[in-house]
Design a protein around this ligand. Structure first.
Ligand SMILES: C[S@@+](CC[C@H](N)C(=O)[O-])C[C@H]1O[C@@H](n2cnc3c(N)ncnc32)[C@H](O)[C@@H]1O
Length: 254
């Protein structure tokens, strides 16, 4: 397909960055037959990252799979907090990405903190392959509910739990972009009536895994941060938040 035809097709389908998307689709396809298939999927509304099979996040190219949650650029705030916490914990720090999806945070910590010992836990079996690929052999990826899949040997030794829990309030699903509503699993997005059910479950589950002084770092929206801090305090933890635009990372300390 000629490049100008491809750009026009994408633009007609509502793709704002049609030139950039065209280049990525051509790179991913390799030949014209494959390109036609990828363009058809994109024109039908599938997220670009799921179509080409990767997302660029903070200088890392991460694998994604059809139907899986696509890591968001805003999660670089959590990545920076997790890297800083892992470094502060000292050599050989045990770092866990919970609600891991394709494990973007663990992948970044693996690169930035070469001596960290990394784990990821995820409930959706369909994304485990991408999580393992993104970990580059450094991240031990486990299938389980919240933290249940972790090996017993790390109980009481975890310095950092980092997570993007599902945190959209159930009633806000209709407000999500169509790409998310139609191509990401509701179980990856929705967090119950106030959006904080999975956050609370993580803070409760973490108590058996954290080392003394260990931290839970969890992304939520800025508007949810005060409620998340209050929930952590109710469970007996100290909590603060850092924010960047509409995103907050709540830091829960034992
Ligand atoms: C918002 S996505 C975040 C994924 C990844 N951390 C990222 O930023 O791209 C939440 C992930 O949590 C997973 N998940 C939802 N409930 C879970 C549970 N109870 N235990 C483990 N994983 C769960 C979903 O399948 C999804 O992959």
């Amino acid at each position: 397909m000629p490049s100008d035809t491809l750009v026009a097709t994408l633009r007609a389908a509502g793709c704002v960055f049609a030139e950039e998307e065209a280049a990525l689709l051509q790179e991913a396809a390799g030949d014209d037959a494959a390109l036609a298939g990828l363009v058809a999927r994109r024109v039908a509304g599938e997220p670009l990252e799921q179509v080409v099979g990767f997302v660029d996040l903070g200088g890392l190219r991460l694998r994604v799979a059809p139907g899986c949650f696509v890591p968001r650029q805003r999660t670089m705030l959590l990545v920076r907090e997790a890297v800083a916490a892992a470094r502060a914990a000292g050599p050989g720090a045990v770092v866990v990405e919970a609600y891991a999806g394709v494990a973007p945070v663990a992948a970044h910590v693996a690169v930035a903190v070469p001596d960290a010992r990394l784990y990821a836990v995820e409930r959706d079996e369909r994304v485990l392959g991408a999580a393992r690929a993104n970990g580059g052999g450094r991240v031990s990826v486990h299938h389980g509910d919240v933290l249940d899949g972790l090996p017993p040997a790390v109980a009481g030794r975890v310095a950092v739990v980092a997570a993007v829990p599902p945190y959209v309030p159930d009633d806000d699903l209709a407000l999500m972009p169509r790409e998310a509503r139609e191509h990401e699993a509701p179980s990856a997005l929705l967090g119950g009536p106030d959006g904080l059910g999975p956050f609370r479950a993580l803070v409760e589950a973490a108590s058996g895994w954290l080392a003394p002084g260990g931290v839970v770092l969890a992304e939520v929206s800025v508007g949810q941060a005060p409620s998340a801090i209050a929930a952590a305090q109710t469970l007996g933890y100290a909590a603060t938040a850092v924010t960047e635009e509409a995103t907050a990372v709540v830091r829960v300390v034992r």
